[in-house]
Design a protein around this ligand. Sequence first.
Ligand code: AMP
Length: 214
Amino acid sequence: MRIVLIGPPGAGKGTQAKRLCEAYNMAHIATGDILRANVRNETDLGKLAKSYMDAGELVPDQVVIDMVDARIAEPDAQDGFCLDGFPRTATQAEALQELLTERDKPLHRVLQFVIDDERVVHRLSGRRVHPPTGAIYHIDFNPPPADLDAWTLVHREDDHEDVVRNRLEVFHKQTAPLIGWYEERGLLSKIDADGEMEEVFGRAREALDAAADA
Ligand code: AMP
């Protein structure tokens, strides 16, 4: 199955994408993760992307389109993939449509994760990452263990409240219009993303299974 996840930052797309990929045997393609790995490794792509990412702005379309074009050609994506964080603009959506039509591999479903902006701000501005283990905590919902050295926790640059608000604005301006675009093509399912991880996962599965049966 080939699917796209659309939703504001902090809607839990990344977590759900990982679970859905295991359940439906899809390759997880998260453009934000690929870009962050490039920033960490100080590649040319990472150097170009960093200032956009730190400000919560989108990296230029063609850069991300080329990245996805190369990634969906890899062997593990041949049986299916879940695009997490792409497309984010009309130009990216059109490019994706072309890439997939050329390869005769159309999308099966687009899941829209629906969540209120203020919930997102609370979720993201309280998030802390623990790079040595990759664990993700939240100062209110999932506090780090008391014996963890607080200095090893990172508050991601783009999780600071002002940047989160900018990311939300970018989402509403540039990405939200894609929702109607996919709805017109009969591909969209809306998922209520406010709830426990397990609950939201159940809703996403239901939507995918219903689409597969249709
Ligand atoms: P994410 O982890 O998906 O929230 O992505 C983190 C950051 O990476 C975004 O705020 C953008 O700066 C950049 N990014 C990720 N995906 C895209 C995309 N499809 N188009 C442009 N920029 C992207």
